[in-house]
Design a protein around this ligand. Sequence first.
Ligand SMILES: *Cc1c(COP(=O)(O)O)cnc(C)c1O
Length: 488
Amino acid sequence: MNDELIARLRQLERAGRPLEPGGARRRKLRDAVIAATERFLRPIRTQKAYHETSDRGAGLLSRPIGEKGLPIRDAIALLEDNILRPGSSPTAPGHLAYIPGGGIYHSALGDFFAAVTNKYSGIFFTGPGPVRMENMLVRWSADLVGYPASAGGHLASGGSLATLAIIATAREAHQLKGADFSQAVVYLTTQAHHCIEKAIRIAGMGEAPVRFIEMDGHYRMRPDALARAIETDRRNGLKPWLILAAAGTTDTGAVDPLDAIADIAQREQCWYHVDAAYGGYFLLTEHGRRLLKGLERSDSVVLDPHKGLFIPFGLGIALVRNESLMAAAHSYTGNYMQDAMRAQNEVSPADTSPELTKHFRALRMWLPLILEGTAPFAAALEEKLLLARYFHREVQKLGFEVGPEPDLSIVTFRWAPAGMPLARANELNQTIVDRIRQDGRVFLTSTMLGETFVIRLAVLNFRTHRSAIDLALRILGECLSELPAVGR
Ligand SMILES: *Cc1c(COP(=O)(O)O)cnc(C)c1O
């Protein structure tokens, strides 16, 4: 009986051996992956920003997961055909759509190192190094924002999850219980990112009344209108709770008047959150610091290193002015945690976020910053600001109508010949956007500002330089020459 057990164990150990590849096998796998990424990176300057394919990666499903594995060559062929080609390419210089992402190489190596070593990063007791690294990056970001020593936060997978943790913190900080939710008023503009209302709903507060505050001609919240709305709600016996401003809206990149809103939040004792997912890291530039003045007076901020620091997708930061409030909203206990709880002298991410076991995501941010310093990031961000201004100037020369001079790095524009009815102009601009996407050399998206369809150009990819903007301008010129004569 016992010998049977031992024989079976020997058999299973052998069968599981592929999970621990030896040196030669590791080299083979690594070489194949590195070769594929080099094939990807070499022509990156001319990579299409959008690729329309008929099957949209469905070929991946032709090889289901089975008992037996696949040679690495075949696996990489599947990736190249079905993952890399279809859809948008956030790594391409011509990716000027939505809020462009990054993908700096150093982070890939950080991810590799983090995965091979798999250090635990949720709790200080078991992962003191990773937790110190995460807290160091949170502190570095809090210093950029201008928060005091009481501040804290955590690295999340993105801006949406960071926002959720902050909404939960704001709910607990104001001690709101179920019976209060229908009285706790939220103030934002129609330009606020949808992840905020989503977070409020997930946090159980879907009943909270939402006031959309009037904006000025630059799509920025009007502080006078905010003050009036709060006053009205107070008069009606409601409890003004949460003011949400944006340091860079997704549609137009507008920055709300953060300082003036801070005055109101302070006076009214509302929780003041600033969504700086897109615009936050422009704080590394002189222009950004001037524009984002007042951010330091907020109660919480969300930043997205996977946007403004060009880190690959999967990194947002939730910051609060008073870390203990975030800890109060996310504290937990468990008998199986007793060893960890006794050995804390550094706040653990598990204490301030919904996560416990988590990706060691600090390394993908720390490695590029420690290796290159902040100077190249600051330079790249200033370049993006200036590229947007350059485009704003040049696209007018083609005859496009433009939105306001950009606050940050997003330009809105449209083709609107004098006397053309709005509906017709909207159609025409949709045609232009579709054409650009089908061409694929650059990728632009559109949005609605009120009833008006506008095209957006967003510059935030570190690979986007003047040549990519010139290419976008050339393609727009080509589109115009192809429009039906009535449209010109
Ligand atoms: C991208 C973005 C978000 C959402 O962040 P994710 O990282 O996509 O989850 C929120 N607000 C603004 C202004 C954004 O640009």
